[in-house]
Design a protein around this ligand. Structure first.
Ligand SMILES: Cc1cc2nc3c(=O)[nH]c(=O)nc-3n(C[C@H](O)[C@H](O)[C@H](O)COP(=O)(O)OP(=O)(O)OC[C@H]3O[C@@H](n4cnc5c(N)ncnc54)[C@H](O)[C@@H]3O)c2cc1C
Length: 496
């Protein structure tokens, strides 16, 4: 592959982050190949089909759709030719075990009405909260999301000076929970807004209040679903790779990186093949890359949570569920203590249920529904910790669902498949099976998150949810984009 013309790029991993970098580099004339250990692209954004149902086994909601749109535009393509994004309203239906329910909407008039009906002054508090969070988002987005992040140096750059007076509004030293309690009052509202810390696998009782930007983003930009399933995003990016001459080699696990001075000279595949390239991009878990490919002795920070996924083909029956639903735990603090401190499975767990076939009938046969159920768990995967546990935990989850009147009788369940933290670790080589790399439980998380450019090797780069700016589809697309821009800036080749 290597021609020493500076143009050859080898990407490790065909997750959406890896494919984004690969596509943007190919558009700039680099010759790009991707090596993916799985038999299909997508990584965490993968798909399973069984019992006449299709399941998105990872993400179920995308926000900030303009980021996806921008990627397609940079590739001289129109998003609409590949993906039809449907807005989902309500964004989510929240349930508490005392029987109360709330529909959260992105459309402001419906949102205000829904919160107003829920509790005294809830609408006023929520709108004030979102205004504050919107200011924080607008003040921070260019520093923390849309550009490479150089840590403390950012605050001394002239272009970032206007940000400094806004810094106190970020509330970096206050926890998200404390901030929510102060500004929202009502216990259930606080729980609802605390939940957004889980969008990057963090604990609201520890994570900085700056994460208030997550609910702002969801309410402001809406929650979207691509017709045909979330997998349509993976599918379109993989098709674009084909159109743009980016070759994806499947069933190709990279097992070693060859180093010489401050460069990576080649990568080695598990089958012994050696691939030389001018530039290497790792879309694999950054900690895993350092530990197992670069053979470095690194210390892994506190990881984000993992998850236990149940994909259940369900016979259609009467229920109150919407496309996205949350059944809240009665003791949220205990649940996060269990996950992050005791590292055990929560007995009183919060349950997320997504049924995309309610929106998109192509996802299940006419007489069934595709229930995707997710419960947050500790990131202790990779050591067979889940052996024999899945069935027992699933029965506990069913019991808890019944307390919300979401009854699944044996005859309603046609077939189930589980994905455990052990699977995230074994299949995708995610450290501890974590879904988002390092947690954001410290005020310094953004500073500690691995960067897109290697400090040690001048031709090694990182793209994906475990590096800047973080996990979740929009951020991973930004990560892939930032990495491509850094490569083009730092290692341009001479066009003839
Ligand atoms: C259950 C679940 C629910 C989620 N929900 C949402 C949601 O609703 N909304 C949202 O925005 N985000 C959500 N996310 C997060 C989102 O899916 C991820 O942040 C994103 O898909 C990560 O993409 P990536 O490219 O960084 O990495 P990955 O998807 O992890 O891809 C990395 C790829 O590298 C490959 N690889 C690893 N090591 C090697 C190696 N040595 N050799 C070759 N290949 C290798 C892996 O097989 C994988 O394909 C969810 C994730 C999960 C798992």
């Amino acid at each position: 592959m290597k021609k020493n013309d500076g143009k050859s790029v080898a990407v490790i991993g065909a997750g959406i982050g890896g494919m984004t970098t690969a596509l943007l580099l190919s558009e700039h004339g680099y010759r790009v190949q991707i090596f993916e250990r799985m038999p299909a692209a997508g990584g965490k954004m993968r798909r399973f089909s069984f019992a006449d149902c299709t399941f998105d086994a990872g993400p179920s909601l995308i926000t900030m759709p303009f980021i996806l749109q921008n990627l397609f535009t940079s590739l001289n393509r129109s998003l609409e030719d590949y993906i039809e994004l449907l807005p989902i309203e309500p964004l989510c239906r929240y349930y508490w075990s005392d029987g109360s329910e709330l529909n959260a909407y992105s459309q402001s008039n419906r949102r205000i009405q829904s919160f107003r009906n829920f509790s005294d002054k809830a609408d006023i508090h929520v709108e004030q909260y979102l205004r504050h969070a919107g200011e924080v988002y607008n003040a921070t987005k260019d520093i923390f999301l849309f550009n490479p992040f150089e840590g403390v140096k950012e605050f001394f750059k002239i272009k970032n000076l206007p940000f400094l007076p806004k810094f106190p509004k970020l509330k970096t030293l206050t926890s998200l929970h404390t901030f929510n309690k102060t500004h929202l009052g009502d216990k259930k509202l606080v729980q609802l807004f605390d939940r957004f810390a889980t969008y990057n696998g963090s604990d609201p009782y520890k994570a900085p209040a700056t994460l208030m930007v997550i609910p702002y983003i969801e309410f402001h930009y809406g929650g979207w679903y691509p017709h045909g399933g979330m997998y349509s995003i993976t599918h379109s990016l993989a098709n674009l790779c084909h159109e743009k001459n980016v070759e994806i080699h499947y069933n190709s696990t990279v097992s070693n990186l060859y180093k010489h001075n401050n460069s990576i000279t080649a990568l080695e595949l598990e089958n012994g093949d050696i691939i030389e390239a001018d530039i290497i991009v790792s879309n694999a878990d950054a900690y895993w890359t350092h530990k197992h490919l670069l053979k470095e002795n690194i210390s892994i920070p506190e990881l984000s949570s993992s998850g236990f996924v149940i994909m259940a083909a369900i016979r259609k029956h009467k229920h109150s569920l919407s496309h996205h639903n949350i059944l809240f735990s009665d003791n949220y603090r205990q649940e996060f203590d269990d996950i992050f401190e005791k590292k055990i499975l929560a007995k009183d767990m919060t349950i997320y249920i997504s049924i995309s076939s309610l929106t998109d009938h192509s996802q299940a046969a006419a007489d069934r529904e595709n229930w995707f159920i997710l419960v947050n768990t500790p990131s202790t995967g990779g050591s067979n910790t889940w052996q024999g546990k899945s069935d027992t935990y699933w029965q506990m989850i069913r019991k808890r669902m019944a307390e919300f009147n979401i009854l699944l009788n044996d005859e309603d369940i046609i077939e189930t498949k589980f994905i455990t933290p052990d699977d995230f670790s074994a299949d995708l080589l995610a450290s501890g099976g974590s879904l988002y790399g390092g947690s954001s439980n410290s005020p310094f998380s953004a500073f500690l998150r691995p960067k897109n450019v290697s400090k040690k090797y001048k031709n090694l780069f990182f793209a994906g949810g475990t590096v800047h700016p973080g996990g979740g589809i929009p951020l991973v697309l930004l990560s892939g984009t930032i990495t491509a821009q850094e490569i083009i800036k730092r290692l341009p080749f001479h066009k003839h």
